[in-house]
Design a protein around this ligand. Structure first.
Ligand code: PHE
Length: 339
């Protein structure tokens, strides 16, 4: 039996040393130490030995087992270490490689100009009000002194939800809504989306944006209107900007006007931007009609006010020199990425 033990020791040591992957070490573990392994069967043969031989051989087999176990453990961890090393080498990260570019978004040109206008008015003590886009006929027309059948309705055809509920054609309905819930002094702007049943072209869209302004207090006059809107024009288009008020008509203001700014490209000399006029129209305005004040629950004998409506698309187009409004809605990255 002694020879057998020696033979196993030699062969096992040789095989374990030459195993090249952890899996073959595992095979050897089963071959020598497993249930049907060579060592196990040696132990089984112990019964055939004489009582004197047994303890001696038992010790020899046990120490062989311990030896093989040790060899297997050592070989296994050596191979695992080699594997790990190779893995680490193949997975190295090159921290000097350029990163993946992250495209940061930015404000849409309409938002850029709207935020500027908001800033200007907030700086003059105005607050910002919101109003519904789905509006009652009453607020959009009736309360603004545009009764059913009034010709002013023809120029503001819109989309009807029901007979008396529509998509608002202007931000002016916010005027009466604000007056109903606030007593003067009132000093607000109200930006938002408005709708008209217009076909899309370079200067029209069925959805666009207005910024309404309303100031009501004791002793408000046309000069307040002019002063505030001149301040706005200077802030938007530069200190040397002039404004001009042209008489106009809106049913809900009296007197009414349209306000032009001196062309910021040619400063009044005439150029393609202002169509050789030297002036560019930017808004409609006027003194709030006494009937509208009354509709808002405000006594026109005590208070007066002015209102104005700015077209955000127009402001934005002039601001950036755009000649087609559709550019603002198409979200073409070649255009939008330039701002
Ligand atoms: N709501 C008017 C329009 O859409 C503009 C306006 C607002 C005029 C306020 C006067 C006062 O044309």
């Amino acid at each position: 039996m002694n020879e057998t033990i020696e033979a196993i020791r030699k062969a096992a040591a040789e095989r374990i040393r030459s195993a090249e992957v952890p899996a073959s070490v595992e095979e050897l573990r089963v071959r020598y130490l497993g249930k049907k392994g060579e060592i196990t069967s040696l132990l089984k043969q112990m019964g055939k030995l004489s009582p004197e031989e047994r303890p001696v051989m038992g010790q020899a087999v046990n120490s062989l087992r311990a030896e093989i176990e040790g060899l297997i453990e050592d070989r296994k961890s050596a191979l695992l270490a080699i594997e790990k090393e190779a893995k680490l080498l193949s997975e190295t990260v090159d921290v000097t490689m350029p990163g993946k570019p992250v495209n940061l978004g930015h404000k849409h040109p309409l938002s850029i100009v709207l935020d500027e206008v908001k800033d200007i008015f907030l700086g003059m003590g105005f607050t910002i009000e919101d109003g519904p886009e789905v509006e009652y006929d009453y607020y959009n027309f009736e309360a603004l002194n545009i009764p059913k059948g009034h010709p002013a309705r023809d120029t503001q055809d819109t989309f009807y939800i029901e007979d008396n509920i529509l998509l608002r054609t202007q931000t002016s309905p916010v005027q009466v809504r604000v007056m109903e819930k606030t007593q003067p002094p009132i000093r607000i702007i109200s930006p938002g989306r408005v709708y008209r049943s217009d076909a899309v072209d370079a200067t029209h869209s069925p959805i666009f944006h207005q910024i309404e302004g309303l100031v009501v207090d004791k002793g408000i006059t046309m000069s307040d209107l002019k002063g505030n809107l001149l301040a706005l024009a200077k802030r938007l288009y530069g200190e040397d900007t002039r404004i001009r008020l042209r008489p106009h008509h809106f049913p809900f203001t009296e007197p009414s006007c349209e306000i032009d700014v001196s062309c910021f490209k040619c400063h009044g000399a005439g150029c393609p931007m202002c169509k050789d006029e030297g002036w560019i129209e930017i808004l409609g305005a006027g003194m709030v009609h006494p009937k509208v004040l009354k509709n808002g629950g405000i006594d026109p004998e005590v208070y007066s006010g002015y209102a104005f409506g700015l077209g955000l698309e127009r402001l934005t187009m002039f601001r950036f020199g755009l000649d087609d409004m559709r550019l603002l809605y198409e979200n073409d990255m070649r255009f939008i990425g330039q701002f």
